[in-house]
Design a protein around this ligand. Structure first.
Ligand code: ZN
Length: 375
């Protein structure tokens, strides 16, 4: 193996380090899949003794530092510094001190990006997508208006356009690293969007209106109706972290309705507005997740809101798990000094969204059911 002058490693070390796929190794040359172009074969040629590379397809080429800086989009100086650090050596050390090759490219899960980064990337992502006709139709049936749907920013999961969308996000300067749903393709080193099932993408917004996560209402229900946009278990992926979803909560809000999920709280809020008595909602994205509820309490406290009406689905009367979760929420809230009131309604309407939709329909039938509206 040829040393690369006074560099801390050889080009072969960098090939191994960054995970470029070696298709053929002749002993003097490596034939690799080029990570910089749409190379389907092995156009990237590496001369081991000379420590140089060149792609015969896209023409990119250079030495050890060029390869590393191109892969990580850093300057040559940074490439040099990082390689020195990675190979645990100053320039004066002997070549023998360097590890011959990195046994395996580690695929760490990346730490989650800041809320600001996620909000920016997700907002841009959703702005590039559209909502399919079937999805719009199903949302209209659940009581939302076209204006509501557009304002909420619900979109259909992308399928064929996904690679183009990633390119557009990068062109807009969006960070993808550490944003759940994005990961790095091991073979091409390109960022990808991880869509694990088709459905409606629902932005999960915090008390300041920032999108922290995206829930997906799945078209095909397997274990659950909802998924979170995630890239967990992917190379340089990140697992999703949802936040309590705030909708309609303002400075004037005196009490919030606590319910389950992004979609249910959005629909309930929109229907309450349409019925002429807007209410504020907080949707927990996992009713069993007491940590998330505690975060909601902290944020409500900061907003000076101390009244919570617990409006979980009415299957709490039959479903043991939901009942246990509701009781835990009531207890935790009371302990934290909140005024917790469980609300109940005719169980023929399962969720508070169903109840409000029924009231809307009855109103349309000219039968006022206002007395049924929980207050
Ligand atoms: Zn190439």
């Amino acid at each position: 193996m040829g040393s690369a002058g006074n560099l801390p490693c050889s080009i072969e070390d960098v090939i191994n380090l960054v995970g470029i796929k070696v298709v053929r190794n002749t002993g003097t040359q490596l034939h690799c899949k080029c990570p910089f172009c749409d190379d389907k074969k092995a156009h990237l040629n590496v001369k081991i003794s000379k420590n140089v590379f060149r792609c015969n397809r896209c023409g990119r080429g250079g030495g050890v530092l060029h390869l590393y800086s191109l892969m990580h989009d850093v300057t040559m100086n940074t490439a040099y510094d990082e390689l020195c650090r990675i190979f645990n050596s100053g320039v004066d050390s002997t070549r023998e001190a360097f590890p011959k090759r990195i046994a395996e490219v580690v695929a760490p899960e990346l730490p989650i990006a800041s809320i600001e980064v996620r909000d920016n990337t997700y907002s841009n992502l959703l702005s590039l997508l559209s909502l399919g006709a079937a999805h719009r139709e199903s949302l209209l049936l659940r009581g939302l208006s076209n204006d509501d749907i557009n304002r909420l920013g619900y979109k259909t999961t992308p399928a064929v356009r996904a690679p183009k969308i990633v390119t557009q996000l990068l062109e807009r300067g969006c960070e993808l690293q550490g944003v759940p749903g994005f990961y790095c393709d091991r073979d091409t080193s390109r960022w990808k969007l991880d869509i694990r099932g088709s459905g409606i993408m629902l932005p999960d917004r915090n008390s300041r209106g920032q999108i922290e996560a995206i829930q997906i209402r799945l078209d095909k229900v397997h274990k659950s109706k909802f998924n979170n946009l995630t890239s967990v278990d992917r190379y340089c992926g990140t697992s999703a972290t949802c936040c309590p979803h705030f909708v309609g909560v303002t400075q004037e809000t005196d009490a919030v309705y606590l319910t389950e999920g992004v979609m249910k709280s959005d629909i309930a809020y929109c229907l309450s507005c349409e019925l002429g008595c807007p209410r504020a909602f907080v949707g927990l994205t996992g009713v069993g997740n007491i940590n998330q509820f505690q975060r909601a309490l902290t944020e409500l406290h900061e907003l000076g809101i101390y009244r919570i009406k617990v409006a979980f689905d009415m299957d709490a009367t039959v479903n043991e798990n939901v009942r246990a979760a509701r009781n835990r929420v009531l207890e935790t809230g009371c302990d934290a000094g909140f005024d917790m009131t469980p609300v109940a309604w005719d169980p023929r309407s399962k969720g508070i969204d169903d109840l409000l939709l029924m009231i809307k329909k009855n109103r349309l039938n000219k039968k006022s059911m206002e007395e049924q509206y929980v207050d």
